[in-house]
Design a protein around this ligand. Sequence first.
Ligand SMILES: NC(=O)c1ccc[n+]([C@@H]2O[C@H](COP(=O)([O-])OP(=O)(O)OC[C@H]3O[C@@H](n4cnc5c(N)ncnc54)[C@H](O)[C@@H]3O)[C@@H](O)[C@H]2O)c1
Length: 441
Amino acid sequence: MPRVTVIGTGYLGLTHAVCLADLGHEVLAIDVDEEKIAKAANGEAPFFEPGLEPLLRKNLDSGRLRFTMSFAEVGGFGDVHFLCVGTPEGESGRAELGYVYSAADALAPHLASTCLVVGKSTVPVGTARQVMNRMQAAAPVGRGVELAWNPEFLREGFAVQDSLTPDRIVLGVTSGRAEPLLREVYSTPLAAGIPLLVMDLETAELVKVAANAFLATKISFINAMAEVCEQAGADVIPLAEALGHDARIGRRFLAPGLGFGGGCLPKDVRAFRATASSLGVDSVVSLLTTVDAVNQGRRDRVVALAREIAGGRLAGRRVAVLGVAFKPNSDDVRDSAGLAVCDRLAAEGAIVSVHDPVAMPNAAKMRPGLRYASSVPEAAERADLVLHLTEWSDYQAIDPAALARVVARREIIDARCCLDTGSWRDAGWSVHVLGRPPGGW
Ligand SMILES: NC(=O)c1ccc[n+]([C@@H]2O[C@H](COP(=O)([O-])OP(=O)(O)OC[C@H]3O[C@@H](n4cnc5c(N)ncnc54)[C@H](O)[C@@H]3O)[C@@H](O)[C@H]2O)c1
């Protein structure tokens, strides 16, 4: 079996390393962040991901998974090296590729025998070939370094399940050598019938950004329909349900609300728009500009609604914010719609008190100026308005009658369109749901 290394142990890389070890591979993982490596080697996941930590411990105990900070050790160990470093948003929305190139530059001088480097990070089309040329020029083994691209589609909150049983495995290759090696690495999911799609490097890079652009478009489409419903006095929830029953459309990614955020969709949409602009593909530029604008517009809409409920001014109003993780079952607050709403509320002088079941430590690092409450009642104490911004199941289990006793005014905006509005209204709350008629349903 090929020996595997994983470069970058963030959300993607750590999950990938743990899951490959669980599939029976010898895995050595590296990161430049000493604290992350120390924690992982000690069996602690440096972020919240359901099911990851027990699997990390199990595979550390088995001896199949190890961590290091030495690129020399990684270079000497691996037959297959997975590049999993970050590609955050850079200037003008372009993907920042500095981490990819610095990881490639750190590894290449230690590649003395034939090996395969496999990119998993999300990159603009054309990056893989540049990484390959750069690594072949710097590696002692020269053209003995082969490159492949194997984009990752995991969802935070379901990362372990998605890594062990993905919907499909996509491989971008330059010769017939990479595919058999990667078939060995993924032998268990392939034996279970997971489809394998092999293509050229450029197409594999594009599959990932095209998939994210499509998902983002679907979300912005239903949110644009929510805007129409708000103006027309119609209801986006039955509209979405009726659309979703059409097998050609499907129900998934059709939930109206506050829109998308997180470390992937927003930056991937902007990076793809920048790539399309460089390629002169104006149709994609204008499509993705609209998708992004609709998405940002939902954040403004929540603040406008909050202002309206507050009688035209938010200054001095107490607002309880429930949820700042970009999605439930994650502690990720990168490009969090919830934090963006908090920023706008605070800028208008509102007194914002934030609660989130797991994301508060990350939120506090990013927004130290906000107030954080250790419980929902504490956040809602004397609140003029409650905002439901992340659809954690904990919030769907809130007793509206109990919460009514601590607030100053029983006003709630359900920006994720998933609370049981009937029980909230029965407890005396005015419930405002994005895209639904006021006072209805
Ligand atoms: N998070 C997701 O759900 C997800 C899903 C699919 C694809 N992706 C893509 O995967 C990539 C990584 O995303 P992430 O969310 O894991 O990011 P992350 O920021 O959580 O992790 C990136 C890691 O790379 C490390 N790193 C940076 N430079 C390095 C170097 N030179 N050598 C070794 N390690 C280095 C960082 O210290 C960090 O731990 C991105 O391209 C992202 O778009 C992410």
